[in-house]
Structure formats: C-alpha cells, structure tokens
Design a protein around this ligand. Structure first.
Ligand code: ZN
Length: 144
C-alpha cells in the first residue's frame, strides 16, 4: 500500500509548520518509509527551486535593463518619427518640383523618379520588417 503522508506532513515539514512532536514522529517515519523519503527529496528540490525563483523576481539588474531597453526604444522611436516626417516633407517637395518641372516627362526625369521610387519602396519594406520583428519580441533589447 502506498504511503501518502508526504502530501500533508511532508509539505508542512518543508514549510516548517510541524510542531516539534509531529516533526520528530514524521522524521522517524521517513527513515522507515521509502515512499516518503523519495517524495520528500523531490518536494525539497521543488520548494528550493521556487524559493530561488521568488528571490530572483525583484532583481534590480533586471529592472535597470528593462528601463534602459524602454528608453532606447523611445529614443529610436522618436528618431524614427523625425526621419519619416522629414522624408515625407522632402518627398512631397520633390514630387511637386518634379511634376511641375518641364523635364519630368523626359527619359532623365523618369529615370531619376524610378530610382527614387525604388529607394522609397526598399526603405518602407525594411521599416515594416523591423517593425514586425520588434513587435514579435518586445523585450528583445533587454539584456537578460
Ligand atoms: Zn510514508
């Protein structure tokens, strides 16, 4: 028959919730019960593990890195907005200049337009890719 005393007394022993009498009695039992001995060792390992996790959670280093990561992302986001606004203004001005220029519908005008359009498309594609990558892993820049 399987012994299940570790489920109650074993847990309480590890949590130091057993009275002296109870503890001595149970420790005596563990010495004679393989079931309890193995389970207690397993439980002990788990309890130790969760204790370690609990201690590591409010890690200051983690939060310092976290905020540094956030700041860096804000900084880059801001730089990105400036870049895009600037590009839109220059682009708009360029388009206006181009379509009002008498050279626009020549081979030269069309070629330059094609090159610029190509650059813009590549740029937008790269931006979109980077954006999706950073969205998939929001803590990518947090050094763990
Ligand atoms: Zn037992």
């Amino acid at each position: 028959m399987e012994c299940t005393r570790f489920q109650d007394e074993g847990m309480r022993l590890l949590d130091s919730e057993l009275g002296d009498d109870e503890r001595l009695r149970y420790e005596q039992h563990v010495r004679e019960c393989d079931e309890c001995a193995t389970e207690l060792e397993e439980l002990g390992r788990i309890v130790k593990l969760t204790d370690e996790l609990r201690l590591r959670a409010p890690d200051e280093e983690f939060w310092a890195n976290y905020w540094r990561g956030i700041y860096r992302r804000l900084e880059r986001g801001f730089g990105f907005v400036l870049l895009i606004v600037g590009m839109i203004v220059i682009g708009g001005w360029g388009v206006y200049e181009a379509v009002t220029s008498p050279d626009f519908f020549t081979i030269k005008g069309m070629s330059i337009t094609a090159v610029l359009l190509g650059l813009v498309i590549i740029f937008l594609s790269v931006v979109r890719e980077r954006y999706h990558e950073s969205k998939d892993d929001p803590y990518k820049e947090v050094e763990r």
